[in-house]
Every structure is written in structure tokens, then in C-alpha cells.
Design a protein around this ligand. Structure first.
Ligand code: DX5
Ligand code: ZN
Length: 225
């Protein structure tokens, strides 16, 4: 299985966002994760299309935009125009999830579905064939720097089994509390995309060393799978 590292700019220094994005892009990141929050679905506000287009100008890596917003269909086109390569919506915000995913695909980008820690896998079982990525929230969404909720690992394993049974190359991402002490177990449970904010942008040793350390820790514990 591959190890895809997606630095979350939520933990970047916004006074030098371009520099921060370039630093991770040139030092081993596979994509850039952008957290859009609306203060309704999650108790925090972040940013929208202007920041996505600014990040677009700073990197050629894929931009993976995580929409923690109600009624995300209102903004899909705007975010794709701003430069998103993938849009991930929450199952909890989409009563017509199939339609929303179709709308994302119609805009020519990849689609992901995210689940909150308490949301059972069953809620996305039927939709699996229609996504390129499942994103398991390993913390309650809204803030960076939280501790991973260990019970979410079972769900990662459950989804990995379902993906294998389906036989489609669906990515399985984890988001929240990913660091060198948790990434091994997450990889062991079947995750292959690792979103990390504070473990990368907050690392005293710098982003290059942080990304390399995450990759090594993920690979180290994977041989037991
Ligand atoms: C949380 C966001 C995450 C966040 C992760 O709601 O979706 O992407 O940036 O931050 P860390 O890696 O610091 O837990
Ligand atoms: Zn995120």
C-alpha cells in the first residue's frame, strides 16, 4: 500500500502561506489539504475560495479541499474554479449524497466522502463505488492539534475490508491527530492517505524532516499488516 502525505494548511503560518505551501511541496508532500469550515457544521470558521486560489498559485500538487460546511453543493463550482482537484464532503451534511458526488464529478474533479468519528461505516456503504476517497475523521472536525480518538481505528479497518471486497482503487484517508506516534497504527489499520497539520507545520525540526519521519513511521509499522 502507498503512503500519501497531505499537509493540512490549517496549521501553516498564514503570514507566509505561499512559502509554507512551497516548502511542503518541495519536500515530499503528495497533495495539499485545505480545510474549509463554516461555523455551522463545525464550531470554527476558516477560509474559502480566495485562499484556495492563492494556494493554487503556490504549488502544482493536487489540492484536496475538505468541506466542513452545510449545503456544500452551493460552493462546489466556485471551489473547482479556484483550483481544487478533489472535493471531499461530509456524509452528515449531504441528504442527497449521490447527487452531490455526481455534481463534483460533473465539474471534472475527484470526489471524497468524510465521516465524523461517531458516524458508522454503514452510512457510506452504498456510496463507496461512487467515490475516489473515503476520509475518516479521527478527531471531531473543527480544529487542528487534537488527540486522535483511538476507537476510530476500527472503522478504518472496517472500511479497508469493504474497499478490498469491492476491488476498486478507493483511497482511505485519515484526518486528525496524525503524527509519528499514531501513523503506524493507522497504516496498519488500512489507511493510505494521511492528513497532518500540526505534525508537519508545527514541527521544530522543519517540514522536510517531519514529512520524512511520518513516511518512515508509517512504513515501519506496515509490515505487520
Ligand atoms: C480538522 C481538520 C484537519 C486538521 C488536522 O477538523 O479537518 O485537517 O487540520 O490537524 P492536526 O493534524 O493538527 O490534527
Ligand atoms: Zn481536514
Amino acid at each position: 500500500m502507498t503512503v500519501h502525505i497531505a499537509p493540512s494548511i490549517l496549521a501553516a503560518d498564514f503570514t507566509k502561506l505561499g512559502e509554507e505551501v512551497r516548502a511542503v511541496s518541495e519536500n515530499g508532500a503528495d497533495s495539499i489539504h485545505i480545510d474549509v469550515m463554516d461555523g455551522h457544521f463545525v464550531p470554527n470558521l476558516t477560509f474559502g475560495a480566495p485562499i484556495i486560489s492563492a494556494v493554487r498559485r503556490a504549488t502544482t500538487l493536487p489540492l484536496d479541499v475538505h468541506l466542513m460546511i452545510e449545503q456544500p453543493e452551493r460552493y462546489l463550482e466556485q471551489f473547482v474554479q479556484a483550483g481544487a482537484d478533489m472535493l471531499t464532503v461530509h456524509v452528515e451534511t449531504c441528504p442527497h449524497l449521490h447527487r452531490t458526488l455526481q455534481a463534483i464529478h460533473d465539474l471534472g474533479v475527484r470526489a471524497g466522502v468524510a465521516l465524523n468519528p461517531h458516524t458508522p461505516f454503514e452510512l457510506i456503504r452504498e456510496i463507496l463505488p461512487d467515490v475516489e476517497r473515503v476520509l475518516v475523521m479521527t478527531v471531531n472536525p473543527g480544529f487542528g492539534g487534537q488527540r486522535l480518538i483511538p476507537r476510530t481505528l476500527n472503522k478504518v479497518a472496517q472500511i479497508r475490508t469493504a474497499i478490498a471486497a469491492l476491488g476498486q482503487p478507493i483511497e482511505l484517508g485519515v484526518d486528525g491527530g496524525v503524527d509519528c506516534s499514531t501513523i503506524g497504527e493507522l497504516a496498519h489499520s488500512g489507511a493510505d492517505v494521511f492528513v497532518a497539520g500540526s505534525a508537519i507545520f508545527g514541527a521544530a525540526e522543519g517540514v522536510a524532516a517531519a514529512i520524512a519521519a511520518l513516511r518512515a513511521a508509517a512504513a515501519r509499522d506496515r509490515h505487520t499488516v
